[in-house]
Design a protein around this ligand. Structure first.
Ligand code: PMP
Length: 406
């Protein structure tokens, strides 16, 4: 066999000119292992996917059990598949009324597409309002929602009538009017570098959408499924969206997404014309079984209850002159660094020190931290020591320290 790196760099399409490029042979809990035996603490969870760690035994067991019965049959809501039924039942328990109807898809972008289509069909309007520095996916509809011109420019024409407002700015809500089909908003902005808004903001947003007959669509693809310490992040802000969008952590490590709405809203895609949204693999039985097992683990291991303590521990340990601030909503965190720090250099240094961290799409002064929610107290110490050591190497104090004491 040819060298794997050669195949990776030459035969696999690259998404950037500078991929991390390490090979992973095995992953277990919060650790990744290279074929050379290097152990890497995963502080990004495949970007908020492996919320209960890698290969949790309960999830592995559930997938194996389902594998013994069947894999793909037919989705499209035509056939009764018990992994989907059980998952829908469990999800419904987490959802406030009237959110009671679930459409499973394969990914976050696809779920956003479905939600947008419903909004256009239900309201017969086409103006969509989103936030500056938002991220909702890479398909052409989802890409149209972004404000970042660098990402959109070369793919025009995209969807028309997309307006951008400032996330968290109450005055900007005045643009919502009777021509607005929907507002699509992340409850906690991820790629903007972990940005939160106030409870009052979300309540005013809810009010403004209801008053104008616009649908409020919340994107919890990154911040949902326990990431913030609430099963759904919107539960901390006292409002209920019209459509909730989920993916990433939802699949427990397998591909799964969903858009969730009250039945009367969801029905708009089942008639006139029927098959308003269809997807060959959405709600795949293996993914559904993994998702249900993930939910069971989150409940059985009291994972949400421990998140405030873990968040506080990270924040108390991440103290260094080069760290300007740590923004955190549960275990969705951004470490903002002083101006002149190269984030890509810091990411590489952390990796050398056995810690996998990442950068954000729209926040070039911050480091992304989104560990598995199962990370232990000891592992948080290891993680923070690795980051601090990398910062000391960067500012030159680490080698001085060693000269002094060796
Ligand atoms: N919305 C948000 C908030 C996301 O973080 C992502 C993925 N980074 C998406 C949508 C798109 O999800 P996917 O990559 O599964 O299409």
């Amino acid at each position: 066999m040819r060298d794997k790196k050669e195949i990776f760099y030459n035969w696999l399409a690259q998404t950037s000119s500078n991929p991390i490029g390490i090979e992973i042979e095995k992953a277990e809990g919060v650790f990744l292992y290279t074929p050379q035996g290097k152990k890497i603490l995963d502080l990004i969870s495949g970007i908020a996917v492996s919320n209960i760690g890698h290969r949790h035994p309960t999830v592995v067991e559930a997938i194996k059990k389902q594998l013994e019965k069947y894999m793909h049959i037919m989705v499209y809501g035509e056939v009764i598949l018990s992994p989907q039924i059980l998952l829908a039942e469990a999800l419904k328990e987490t959802l406030p009324p009237p959110l009671d109807n679930i459409y499973f898809v394969n990914s976050g972008s696809e779920a956003i597409e479905g939600a947008m289509k419903i909004a256009k069909k239900m309201t017969r309007r086409h103006t969509i309002i989103t936030c500056k520095h938002c991220y909702h996916g890479s398909t052409q509809g989802a890409l149209s929602l972004l404000s970042d011109d660098g990402m959109r420019r070369k793919y025009r024409p995209l969807l028309p009538s997309v307006l951008h407002i400032e996330f968290g700015n109450e005055e900007n809500l005045s643009v919502i009017n009777e021509e607005t089909a929907c507002v699509i908003i992340e409850t906690v902005q991820g790629e903007a570098g972990v940005r939160t808004a106030s409870t009052l903001y979300f309540q005013k947003l809810r009010e403004k959408c209801s008053h104008n007959g616009a649908l409020l669509i919340v994107d919890e693809i990154q911040c949902g499924f326990g990431r913030t310490g609430f099963f759904w992040a919107f539960q901390d802000y006292g409002f209920i969206p019209d459509i909730l969008v989920s993916a990433k952590g939802m699949g427990g490590g397998l591909p799964l997404g969903a858009f969730i709405a009250p039945q009367h809203i969801m029905q708009s895609i089942s008639n006139n014309p029927p098959l308003g949204h269809i997807t060959t693999f959405g709600g795949n039985p293996l993914s559904a079984a993994a998702s249900l097992a993930t939910m069971q683990v989150i409940k059985a291991e009291n994972i949400l209850q421990n998140i405030p303590f873990k968040q506080a521990l990270f924040c108390s340990l991440l103290l260094h002159p080069l760290i300007k601030e740590v923004r955190a909503k549960g275990l969705m965190m951004a470490i903002e660094l002083q101006k002149d720090i190269s984030i890509s250099k810091l990411v590489s240094l952390c990796l050398e020190n056995g810690i996998l961290v990442d950068w954000f799409l729209f926040c070039n002064n911050s480091l992304r931290i989104a560990p598995p929610l199962t990370i232990s107290e000891d592992e948080i110490h290891i993680a923070c020591n690795g980051i601090l050591k990398s910062l000391r190497i960067l500012d030159g104090s680490y080698s001085r320290f060693h000269k002094d004491y060796s």
